[in-house]
Every structure is written in structure tokens, then in C-alpha cells.
Design a protein around this ligand. Structure first.
Ligand SMILES: Cc1cc2nc3c(=O)[nH]c(=O)nc-3n(C[C@H](O)[C@H](O)[C@H](O)COP(=O)(O)OP(=O)(O)OC[C@H]3O[C@@H](n4cnc5c(N)ncnc54)[C@H](O)[C@@H]3O)c2cc1C
Ligand code: FES
Length: 255
């Protein structure tokens, strides 16, 4: 993990209130990163860094996809080519597929699709099925990126204005018997994690979730990101989403 001074190469709108920010190290290269890890971005003018998942990355360039939700992300929209800021990376544990995970479902809600996009690049020898959910047509993103790598990509919108009407968990459930996945990787709002946990339990499929707790330091020191996680002996322990996660076994999360 290291602090980098970076320079913006592109900042573009990709859907309603959703942008992609790409940047490169001012000097040298980024160290090795893993899909599902995240970074802490120092937005110019703000003290507290903001966490964002690695969406696309290599040693020369990183892209984060960000939803505009508050004062920090509103400032990010104004970043332009050549602007400089600091990032700390890589942070967190990232996704790990086991050898037995041959058929993989990627289940994303809104900007929660971003940390799933690099899994097929890291593990190219698996079959992927993606289910991507958005509030409405204006928010739809990631579809072309995911369909390049997945055998099946299903987009849902809550109001049916694009793709299938309903939630991505419903679209997945309809196809679960046909796909018979070995594992589900999920990232999205809490109600979606709960629905995914119910599915995983009902169909006996192992599942992992990337949590998006509010964060402070991002490196395990402040405990702002504590989340309740079941232990092997049945007890519940508070874990730091930044340092112990952000990815946990879905059945262990107290949602
Ligand atoms: C590990 C991790 C990875 C993340 N990856 C991404 C990503 O790839 N793309 C992305 O758009 N966002 C991501 N987030 C969420 C992102 O960090 C917040 O949306 C961002 O910090 C908001 O900053 P802000 O100053 O614009 O909003 P603020 O003014 O701080 O808050 C505005 C609103 O957003 C809510 N909010 C702030 N942080 C979070 C959060 N962590 N989870 C849920 N709601 C929050 C607040 O409750 C408030 O309602 C991630 C969060 C974590 C913990
Ligand atoms: S954000 Fe400080 S311990 Fe996790």
C-alpha cells in the first residue's frame, strides 16, 4: 500500500449521475493490484479521503466509476485532464475465486457493478453470468463492458424502462436452475445483499459480498467501518470493512 500523486487523463459522464475518472501516476507505475480492492482518493479541497473500488486498472492507469451522491463526488465531477490529486492503494482483500468456482455469477446493483468488472480478466478460465440492476434507463451502465466477458448479461431496471422489469436477484432466480453457478459475487445496496443471501441459502450456493460501509482512515486504524460478521463458533465479531474486507462471505454478514 502506497500514496501516489496522480494526474487525471479523463473524466466522463457515462450515465445519469455516474462518471468514470481515469488517472495515471505522475511518476513511475502503480504497484500490483487485485480485482475487488479499493483506493482512498484525496479529493482536492476535502480533508477526508473517499473510498472507491478499482474498476479498470493496470500499472499505468486506473479508472474508478463513481456515483454523484454528495459534496466529494460533486467536486470530482469538476476534475479535468491534467488535474492532480493523491490516492492510497491498493486497499482491502479483493475477490478470490477457488478452483472449484467454474461457473460464476456477478451480481451488481448500480455503481456496485464496478468492482465485479475485473474478475473475468483476473480469472479468464471461468464461465461468467452477470445480472446488473439499475433504478431506471437513465442510470444503466457497465452493460457493454460486462457483455464482452460474460456468457450471459441481464440488465434489470426497477421500473422496466430498460431490460427486464424488477431486481437483478429476481432475474437471477429465474435462471438459477439452468445456470447452476458454483459461486455468486455480489456488490450493491444492503437490500440487494439480503436478497442475494436468501437466494444463496435457498439454493445452497456459496456467495461473497463486497460491502460499502462508510469509511474514515481506510487502513484499519479508526474503526469507523466496523461491521458485524459471524464467526465459525457462532459468535459475532466486529470486523473492519477496510482492513478485514471489504469482501466477506455473504452468509457471515449480519445484514
Ligand atoms: C470499499 C468501498 C468502495 C466503494 N466504491 C465505490 C465506487 O466504486 N463507486 C462509488 O460511486 N462509490 C463507491 N463507494 C461509496 C463512496 O465512497 C461514497 O459514495 C463517497 O465517499 C461519497 O462521498 P461524497 O462526499 O460525495 O458524499 P458524502 O457527502 O460524504 O455523503 C453523501 C451521501 O452518500 C452517503 N454515503 C457516503 N458514503 C457512503 C458509503 N460508503 N456507502 C453508502 N452511502 C454512502 C451518505 O450517507 C450521504 O447520504 C465505496 C465505498 C466503500 C466503503
Ligand atoms: S475506515 Fe478506519 S478502520 Fe476502517
Amino acid at each position: 500500500m502506497k500514496d501516489y500523486l496522480v494526474r487525471v487523463t479523463e473524466n466522463k459522464k457515462v450515465a445519469e449521475d455516474l462518471y468514470e475518472l481515469t488517472f495515471a501516476p505522475k511518476v513511475g507505475k502503480f504497484e500490483q493490484m487485485k480485482c475487488g480492492q479499493f483506493l482512498q482518493l484525496q479529493i482536492p479541497g476535502l480533508l477526508l479521503r473517499r473510498p472507491f473500488c478499482l474498476y479498470k486498472f493496470d500499472s499505468d492507469s486506473i479508472t474508478v466509476a463513481y456515483a454523484v451522491v454528495g459534496k466529494g463526488t460533486e467536486k470530482m465531477v469538476k476534475l479535468k485532464k491534467g488535474d492532480e490529486f493523491k490516492v492510497t492503494l491498493p486497499l482491502g482483500n479483493g475477490w478470490t475465486l477457488q478452483d472449484k468456482h467454474k461457473k460464476v455469477v456477478l451480481l451488481g446493483g448500480g455503481v456496485g457493478c464496478a468492482p465485479l468488472a475485473y474478475v473475468p480478466i483476473t480469472y479468464p478460465d471461468r464461465e461468467y453470468f452477470s445480472f446488473l440492476g439499475f433504478a431506471d434507463k437513465s442510470k444503466v451502465a457497465f452493460e457493454s463492458e460486462m457483455s464482452k466477458k460474460c456468457k450471459l448479461t441481464v440488465v434489470t431496471t426497477d421500473n422496466g424502462s430498460y431490460g427486464e422489469k424488477g431486481f437483478p436477484t429476481q432475474a437471477l432466480e429465474k435462471r438459477l436452475r439452468e445456470i447452476q453457478p458454483d459461486v455468486i459475487l455480489v456488490c450493491g445496496p444492503r437490500p440487494m445483499l439480503k436478497a442475494a443471501a436468501r437466494l444463496a441459502l435457498a439454493y445452497g450456493i456459496s456467495a461473497y459480498a463486497s460491502t460499502e460501509e462508510r469509511m474514515g482512515c481506510g487502513v484499519g486504524a479508526c474503526l469507523v467501518c466496523a461491521c458485524a460478521v459471524k464467526q465459525a463458533d457462532g459468535s459475532v465479531a466486529m470486523k473492519r470493512a477496510c482492513a478485514d474486507g471489504p469482501i466477506f462471505k455473504l452468509e457471515d454478514l449480519v445484514l
